[in-house]
Design a protein around this ligand. Structure first.
Ligand SMILES: [Zn+2]
Length: 271
């Protein structure tokens, strides 16, 4: 997961009016949000552009599945709501409520290989259920979602990856944040077996590149040739931790753990 800056998204001409009209039909005339699904479906391409077609949650290779636009706050029903909740309909056409995510993260399913289950579907658990917004007059800013959100800067830094298995792990010791990571792993199905294997392969590749770059660094002798070799060894590492690469968030957080005083370039790469 990496931070997604939604302000960078280019909207189709006329989209804002179209969204406002659809909201009016739902909130005033009682129509269903899904009757106007074209309003969010047409954003698929502009959303894909800013993450190089990768799911905003798992950052798996784009070929993992056909990604779709998900409503972060569900539009039809909310699984965890204790009161009668018919979804955050007033946010059904709001740009800031859309996420570009893959069917593995989004749809409820069971993984036969690893025996895990997941899929966000209608889930939207909160740290404090009493703060749940039920209508447009309620303030959603009072809610603390348990699901990590790629559109909130800094949340992606909470999610790490095990060097042993490639399984997702918390990259924080804060108990409340650990709970959020745990809920997110489960509901986004980030512990799916195939995903763990892909992450593990990536993390081992990164470790090999770090070892090679350390060797090139230790060989520096002031000559331009050695300097060039060292700089070339840094490029693939930088690429792997940069947005747009597979699992770049977890790779960034992994590199952070590899920092040592003898190799200050590791910190420099992290920015
Ligand atoms: Zn995903």
């Amino acid at each position: 997961m990496r931070w997604i800056d939604q302000d960078k998204i280019q909207l189709p001409e006329g989209w804002i009016d179209r969204a406002a009209q659809a909201k009016q039909r739902v909130m005033v005339d009682g129509a269903k949000p899904d009757d106007f699904d074209g309003v969010w479906r047409c954003l698929k391409d502009p959303f894909a552009v800013i993450s190089d077609k990768r799911c905003w949650i798992c950052e798996a290779p784009a070929a993992r599945s056909d990604n779709a636009i998900d409503h972060f706050r569900p539009k039809n029903r909310v699984a965890e709501a204790v009161g009668k909740h018919s979804g955050y309909k007033w946010l059904a056409f709001k740009l800031s409520n859309f996420r570009y995510i893959c069917t593995f993260c989004n749809s409820k399913r069971k993984d036969r290989n690893g025996g895990t289950e997941g899929g966000k579907a209608d889930h939207f658990p909160l740290q404090d259920e009493a703060s749940r917004a039920y209508c447009e007059d309620d303030d959603t800013d009072d809610e603390v979602p348990l699901l990590l959100d790629p559109c909130e800067e800094g949340e992606w830094k909470l999610l790490g990856c095990s060097v042993e298995s490639g399984s997702p792990v918390a990259a924080t010791d804060d108990p409340k944040e650990c709970e959020r990571v745990s809920v997110s792993i489960s509901l986004y199905h980030l512990h799916q077996d195939a995903l763990n294997k892909m992450r593990l392969s990536q993390i081992r590749d990164l470790d090999q590149k770090i070892v090679a770059a350390k060797d090139r660094y230790n060989e520096l002798d002031g000559s331009a040739k050695r300097q060039k070799k060292y700089r070339d060894a840094l490029k693939p590492i930088l690429r792997m931790i940069s947005p747009g690469s597979d699992f770049s968030g977890e790779m960034y957080n992994h590199l952070k753990k590899r920092r040592v005083i003898e190799h200050p370039w590791l910190q420099t790469l992290l920015g």
